[in-house]
Design a protein around this ligand. Structure first.
Ligand code: CP
Length: 309
């Protein structure tokens, strides 16, 4: 592959190859040196048109641990504010000969469009409601490490599915790897036609969580709710917030996940989120660096081969 724009074009063997490579970067990141020179001489530009803590920090650390020259564009201070378009901005940066562009954008499809205009490898760091592929890959690695496998698991994705690129990429990745995926949420927060994705749909947490291996909670994405249904936080927590009582329906060794940022007391009980016997939320963050190192390693390898050809 030339770019990493989504999970959709990936084969199960591609997913396994990225996760296997990421395992080596978990070890490297835990070592004293933390460093490789695999991307020495390469330039990585991070363009985040939307807020981020985890994704931006981990892409920056990933690039630096691989020895790349990493530049974070301050998009709020860029000439986008003077009316320059996304494509003109991309062409301008392309002329500076970057090797890797990491892009987050509020519009679905914007990163695909940009990738068609530049010569380097593009990594989608989240585009609108469309995809967030490295999130799904870091979630897959976290599950594989916690459960010892990434197939034939029962996985519940809960909450605001309709507005979530994390849910979309996870549904694609987890079904490709032959897991049973259940979506749990109020009808207003489940997208139309979701049945076509090969998932089961539930509107009741107690029912949907019965005997699952993995519980993945999502944030209510109010910034994407344009005038439609916005539940009160109290009511939402009562019906859909994960607490010990609802979790007791899942398998006794079920793990609890959340991509972050998390709203404690809205979609998840704060004590449960901090319970290291159940919650793997901090592991997800750690796996994020390793998976992004692996994705950039593999794309840089392909880029070098194309240039040498
Ligand atoms: N999970 C995730 O994408 O978090 P950020 O928005 O903080 O990057």
């Amino acid at each position: 592959h030339r770019h990493l724009l989504g999970i959709e074009p990936l084969a199960p063997t591609d997913i396994s190859a990225i996760l296997d490579r990421a395992e080596t970067y978990v070890d490297l990141s835990r070592s004293d040196s933390k460093h490789s020179d695999l991307l020495a001489g390469m330039t990585q530009i991070n363009m985040f048109f939307e807020n981020s803590t985890r994704t931006q920090a981990s892409f920056e650390l990933a690039g630096k641990r691989l020895g790349a020259d990493v530049m974070n564009m301050a998009m709020q201070a860029s000439s986008i504010k003077k009316g320059e378009t996304l494509i003109d901005t991309a062409l301008t940066l392309n002329a500076m000969q970057p090797d890797l562009l990491v892009v987050r954008h509020p519009n679905s499809g914007a990163v695909d469009l940009l990738a068609q205009k530049v010569h380097c490898a593009v990594l989608n760091a989240g585009d609108g409601r469309h995809e967030h592929p490295t999130q799904a890959l870091l979630d897959a690695l976290t599950i594989r490490r916690a459960k010892g496998r990434l197939h034939r698991l029962s996985i519940a994705i809960c909450g605001d599915i309709a507005h979530s690129r994390v849910a979309r990429s996870n549904i694609l990745a987890l079904t490709k790897m032959e897991n049973r995926v259940r979506l749990i949420g109020p009808p207003t927060l489940l997208p139309a036609g979701i049945g076509e994705f090969g998932v089961e749909v539930f509107h009741d947490m107690h029912e949907g969580l019965e005997d699952v291996d993995v519980v993945m909670m999502l944030r209510l994405q109010r910034e994407r709710m344009d005038g439609g249904f916005i539940p009160s936080e109290r009511e939402y927590y009562h019906r859909y917030g994960l607490d010990a009582d609802k979790l007791s329906r899942a398998k006794s060794d079920a793990i609890v996940m959340h991509p972050g940022p998390m709203n404690r007391g809205v979609e998840i009980d704060g004590t449960l989120a901090d319970d290291i016997n159940r919650s793997v939320i901090q592991d997800q963050v750690e796996m994020g660096v390793a998976v992004r190192m692996a994705a950039m390693d593999l794309l840089a390898h392909n880029l070098r081969e194309r240039r040498a050809a």
